[in-house]
Design a protein. Sequence first.
Length: 329
Amino acid sequence: MMAIDSLKNAGLNVVVRVYDTKHDTAVVRGILNKSEFSEIDLIIGPFYANQIKLVREFAKTKRIQLICPIPVSNKALFNNPFVTKMTASTPTQIKFMAREIARKYYDQNVIVVRNQKNDKDEYYYRTFKKAFAEELTKYPNRYLDSAKETYINSKGSRLSTVESKMVLDKNNLIVVPSQSVGHVSDFFTKLSSTTNSNPYRKYSLQVFGLEDWSDFPTIDEKYKNKFKLSLVTSGYVEYEDPKVLEFIHNYRTKYATDPGNFSFIGFDAAFINLKGLLLYGTGFSNHYQYLINTGFKTNSLFEKVDPKGGYENKNVFIIRYEDYTVIKE
């Protein structure tokens, strides 16, 4: 509603219908069968993966753009140009991280910790290695070393396999492309033991991980700061930005409460897509390249996942923990 208010002066005039799906696919089917849905020009939501699967087929049949404000698999976009997701997928984030590391930290000692016991983590590892190698080829006149592969040894309290890859005269940049809580927790416990031992307490290092880590309760704040933890993320709210502070003030005034994570996502999803609807009509997705917007949580960088598929917002940030604060790089 705040996004709509922001666009009214530009000429936006819309009828908004709000439905409670009750987390029930039968309710969703009933909503889609309503006669009023023949008049719909844009769908935002629903908020559960099993419901999105149902609505995406409806959107494709009726040629209505469906906006997914929550993380969903890119499979939801394949062969369906009428689906748009607001958040970058994990593989997209990993590719971005790999390119950034290859571009910015080429002169440092890059170590990638592999988790072969988990198929998804193994896929993320291969995704990182491929994107990293491809980025290195763009700089033929610069001496670049490939990322050193290693793993977490199951025995012992230290990261002996990682220790063998570390060097004293460079920053050791350790990448752990994993979403496994147990694997990541084990890594930090053993890394702490390693860095408390000679000679490794003198080594400089920085850890790179994935978006999900910010919600892992097993990663102590002292680890995040000690190892200058850097995470890729599809969204980040800069609370010191004057525009964000103004949004928070307006939100409090309107709703008598503070905006949560979904408040920022909801505004960004509604604003950019309603702006597209206003400027280009129902076929606005064909003009995403002209719909550039700096949102409160994520910027817009929509690209097709395949020639006949939908659109993924490929905007990605890297945030870093330093001195018990979070910095956007």
